[in-house]
Every structure is written in C-alpha cells, then in structure tokens.
Design a protein around this ligand. Structure first.
Ligand code: IP8
Length: 279
C-alpha cells in the first residue's frame, strides 16, 4: 500500500494509523539556560499536530525535559540513583525537577489545546517503575482511537524497586515501548532543535552533511555532548529509533523548527530529514 492510498483510507476512517511524535528537549527549551522555553516552536508544532489529528491519525505526544530537567538532574546525579552522602539534596532536587517538568508539560498541553487538540497527560512518575526500555508500566493506556484525547507524556524522575530507589526515564525509552507494543504505528518522528536530521559530523560545521537514510549497521559518527544531557542525547535517540524501525514503517528525525515536514512524510512527498530503517 503506498502512502497516498493509505492516507486516503485513513482520512475516510477505513485504516487505523497511529503517529507518535517526540518534541525533543533541545527543540522546546534552551538546554543551557534553566527553564528557558521556546513557546513559538511549541505552538508551531501544535498546529501541525492538530492537522495530523484532523487527517484521522491517532496521535501520541512525548516531550523531552531540556533545561527543565537535565541541569538539576546532572547536578545531583539523579540518574545514578540514591546516594546516601547527598540524599537530602537529591530528594529536594527530585521535587524541583518534577515541579519543573509539570510546568513544561502544562506549556505543551496549553499550546496543543489552543491549536484545537484535546489532550490528557500521563506523567511517568504515576505509572512507571524502572528506567530504560524494560521499565514496568502499562503502555496500553496510550492506545486510543483517533476521536479521543491525545495522550501526552514526557521524560521524568521515576521510582525504581531496587537499591537505586529512583532514576531518570527518558522520553526516548518511552517512545520505544509505546511504538513497539501498540498496534498500527505508522509514523514515529523525533523532532530535533538544531539540525535537519542525523548529520555526518557536528551540527553547524560546513562539512557536516545530512544523512538521508540511516540504519544502525552504518554506525554513528555524530558527536555527543554529555555536558548537559543525563540520558544520552542523539546516540540514545538513534538507538531508540533503530529499535522502533523494526516495527514502524515511517521513522524519522526531522528539524522540529520546520514541523510541516511531518506533513511531507504523511503525504509521501520528498522529506528533508533522516529516515531510520532497520538493519
Ligand atoms: O529529555 C529526561 O528526558 P529526555 C527527563 O526525554 C529528565 O531524555 C527529568 C531529565
């Protein structure tokens, strides 16, 4: 079935298609400045999400933490788990991170609602235990028909039932579980904040070229900036997208500052971005 034919069947309600969209933390916030949010970028993505909902897709939205989560998490090594030497500071940092993530989540929800998308929030701290792709938690709460509210979730501090007591669940790991366990996932897109997709070298350098199609077997050359990101940055995303590409047809990294590229994917037009394929 080609994409245009599929789209006509989705629009007529004859074919179920799920789309999972991750708004990267680097797209929606300035990762270097505590709680600096890019509202106009979020609003532009929300308008496109509303169009995708109107096309008949069942949409799920996940967002990253950016400077609402990573800075404080890094300072108190929250991803390293419970440390008796600094536990008081860690617990107070967890409170702060969760409050800050709620604030970021409300900004995303408000923006979606203003664009006409009814949505509801499923914060991982309420239903997840553990981190990585093997966390326990019922991802089927995200399985909704297209006429129901769009579920929204995000990277968060979650409980862990062992001596580490708590840890950071990345939105990218949420994406893997949801995209590989729910049926009918056609589109899975990671919206980046500073590049057109996966690049052959560091973003912003002339020699860095867009990789149009990527599979894990090609290896990874891009640089990783671990100064800010506690979960794993672009390497983690690429690995997660590769796992998802085994079950979903359209897995993409695109520039979230140009969200209409999501519609290019859906309509089968040529897309500026990186398509992730299995291998
Ligand atoms: O930005 C990280 O989620 P991510 C969550 O999706 C926190 O990796 C709280 C740092």
């Amino acid at each position: 079935m080609n994409l245009r034919y599929m789209l006509s069947r989705i629009t007529r309600g004859q074919f179920m298609a799920r789309g999972i969209i991750k708004l990267g933390g680097g797209l929606i916030t300035d990762k270097t400045r505590y709680k600096e949010v890019f509202r106009e970028r979020i609003d532009a993505v929300s308008v496109v999400i509303s169009k995708i909902v109107d096309l008949g897709y069942s949409v799920i939205v996940i967002h990253g933490a950016g400077s609402f989560g990573h800075l404080e998490a890094k300072k108190w090594d929250i991803s390293g788990g419970y440390n008796p030497a600094i536990s008081e500071d860690q617990y107070s940092a967890i409170e702060t991170i969760r409050t800050d993530m709620d604030e970021l989540n409300s900004i995303v929800l408000d923006s979606l609602v203003r664009a006409g998308v009814s949505c509801d929030s499923l914060p991982p701290r309420d239903w997840v235990n553990g981190v990585g792709t093997s966390f326990s938690g019922d991802v089927f709460a995200f399985e909704r028909s297209p006429d129901l509210a769009v579920p929204v979730s995000f990277g968060d501090v979650v409980k862990i039932n062992d001596e580490s007591r708590f840890g950071i669940l990345s939105g990218d790991h949420l994406m893997v579980r949801i995209a590989t366990e729910l049926p009918d996932v056609l589109l899975c897109a990671f919206l980046l904040g500073d590049t057109a997709g996966l690049m052959s070298g560091p973003p912003g350098i002339d020699e860095s070229k867009l990789i149009e199609e990527w599979s894990e077997s090609q290896g990874f050359i891009g640089e990783q900036d671990n100064r800010i990101d506690v979960t794993g940055g672009i390497h983690l995303k690429a690995r997660c997208a590769s796992l998802i590409s085994r079950s979903a047809k359209q897995v993409w990294f695109i520039d979230g500052r140009e969200p209409s590229r999501l519609l290019d994917i859906i309509s089968g037009d040529s897309v500026i971005g990186t398509r992730i394929v299995p291998g």
